[in-house]
Write a protein that binds this ligand. Structure first.
Ligand code: PMP
Length: 416
């Protein structure tokens, strides 16, 4: 008997994944050269699975700001802000975020995961009721575990189902708190925020929107799906991450509500963990400034998402419901997805393999994400590679993508 016996199923899955080439869960990059190129096992690959939506990880201003602050303030804060104090950078980033969203208050967390954990678990107490979308991210589900509120799941992106479930609580005390996301990370679909905001208004509920995958991507100013849907005034709390469009690490929540700052001493995932290093805070602040100064970044990543989506749709693949920078190709089963992923890596394209239980509806997905730095040629190269593998595996008809494949096949990855 071993304490790890309970992981026997996982052990078998890992053994399966390791057969016949690279284990998708153990990819090791020898080198990352830019937001779009890396090296795996000595082979150059194009990166189509990063969530680095604006491609800011190598932005010169962000790097310079981080390096300067690293020299000035050292490598880390070594403690929580409640115990060890706040650095100037934390406070000024919170001001910058509040201003960006046009809200009165902002709180910076050490990760986006902790932002959801902290905000949701602190807001939703025993007498309250949390309504979460069935396809919510793990951090939202884990926040529910940490909260003592009643948890009610509503059907994915179904505002009518949400309204029905809220109405069943008639007469019961406690706050109703709705949690949704901007863009959903697995299928790349957006939440119907206008309809959800109407339910919120009609029922007197609070509304939290996690814009992890939509900040910097959607909305004329990059404020996400809340901005794109025109519902910012209805949203009580926006949550987000610095680990995607802002190219670094950390999370945040913003709100206009009086009392928001009480969360600093009520949210355990804020209180009991070290605060972000000032160098990270500086890169995030510079990246946020880039979003504000250059709206073309958002336009570019949206256009790139459409190019990849429509290219794959035309070829006959089954995709998520709408074009966004997250483009998911649905695979018939897990084994096909794994083999497809391995062939694709050999073709020089890296993307994410997403398998149940991390996926909605137990789907096996090849999940790709474009960023603002991908060129048209690189996207066409990825489409051509996906089509070649799709044809080889009998998943698409050869005829449907004949011409574009021929053109794109001429492109090659840059020489070593
Ligand atoms: N919310 C959503 C919707 C996410 O997809 C993620 C990360 N994948 C997070 C929160 C957590 O973000 P972080 O990586 O900053 O912890």
């Amino acid at each position: 008997m071993s304490i790890f016996d309970k992981f026997e199923d996982i052990r078998n899955i890992l053994a399966d994944l390791s057969q016949g080439g690279q284990n998708p869960l153990e990819v090791r990059f020898d080198d990352i050269r830019s937001p779009v190129e890396g090296t795996v096992d000595g082979k150059r690959v194009l990166l189509f699975g990063t969530s680095n939506y604006l491609g800011l990880t190598f932005d010169a201003d962000c790097i310079e700001a981080g390096v300067q602050m690293l020299r000035q303030c050292g490598t880390g804060t070594t403690g929580s802000r409640i115990a060890n104090g706040t650095y100037t950078g934390h406070a000024s980033l919170e001001k910058q975020l509040a201003k960006f969203y046009g809200k009165r208050h902002a709180m910076v967390f050490s990760t986006g995961y902790q932002a959801n954990l902290g905000l949701i678990s602190a807001l939703a107490a025993r007498e309250d009721h949390l309504f979460i979308d069935a396809d919510s991210h793990a951090s939202i589900y884990d926040a529910c575990r940490l909260s003592s509120a009643e948890i009610i799941r509503f059907r994915h992106n179904d505002a009518n189902d949400l309204a029905r479930r809220i109405s069943r609580l008639k007469g019961k005390p406690g706050s109703r708190i709705i949690v949704t996301e901007g863009i959903y990370s697995m299928l790349g679909d957006t939440a119907p925020l206008r309809e959800i905001a109407t339910v919120k208004r009609e029922t007197g509920a609070y509304l939290i929107v996690d814009e992890a995958h939509s900040m910097g991507v959607l909305g004329a100013h990059g404020r996400g799906q809340c901005e794109a849907a025109g519902v910012e005034a209805d949203v009580d709390f926006v949550v987000g991450t610095f680990s995607k469009s802002l190219g670094a690490m950390g999370g945040f929540a913003v709100s206009d509500l009086e009392g928001f700052n009480l969360l600093r001493v009520a949210a355990r995932p804020y209180m009991f963990t070290a605060s972000l290093p000032p160098s990270i805070v500086a890169t995030v602040s510079a990246a946020l400034k880039r979003i504000q100064d250059d709206p073309s970044l958002g336009a570019r990543v949206r256009a790139n998402g459409q190019r990849l989506y429509y290219g794959l749709e035309k070829a006959g693949f089954s995709l998520g419901p709408q074009p966004n920078p997250v483009v998911a190709v649905k695979m018939p089963d897990r084994d096909t997805a794994v083999t497809f992923w391995k062939y694709l890596l050999a073709e020089g394209v890296y993307l994410n393999l997403a398998l149940p239980p991390a996926t909605p509806g137990s789907l096996a997905l090849l999940r790709s994400s474009v960023n603002a730095q991908h060129s048209d040629e690189q996207i066409d190269f990825a489409i051509a590679a996906i089509c070649r593998v799709g044809r080889r595996m009998g998943l698409i008809e050869a005829a449907r993508f004949k011409q574009p494949v021929k053109q794109a096949e001429k492109l090659a990855l840059p020489a070593e």
